[in-house]
Design a protein around this ligand. Structure first.
Ligand SMILES: [Zn+2]
Length: 87
């Protein structure tokens, strides 16, 4: 019997692709501020492709956070990714 490997799939808010949770970056918007997922509340996922596609990314972030401050989001996102790689 082949070993079945069940992983919950999550949807990227940028391109709607479905991928395993570990392949996506989990983010959250709190009061219009982009943050890494804090452990509770509403969150969303972004895939690697969208992280490299600035246009898709900013559109998705603005939609999720309901705010047009894309430069702020992009700066914050860089921080989150850097922190993520440190840990
Ligand atoms: Zn995507």
């Amino acid at each position: 019997m082949a070993k079945k490997f069940h992983e919950p799939l999550r949807t990227c808010v940028g391109c709607r692709i479905k991928a395993a949770q570990q392949e996506l970056l989990r983010l959250q918007c709190l009061d219009g501020e982009l943050t890494a997922f804090s452990g509770s509340g509403r969150s969303f996922y972004i895939c690697q492709n969208c992280l490299e596609d600035g246009k898709k990314l900013t559109k998705a972030l603005m939609r999720q956070c309901k705010s047009p401050q894309k430069e702020k989001f992009m700066n914050k996102l860089k921080e989150i990714i850097t922190d993520d790689r440190k840990s």
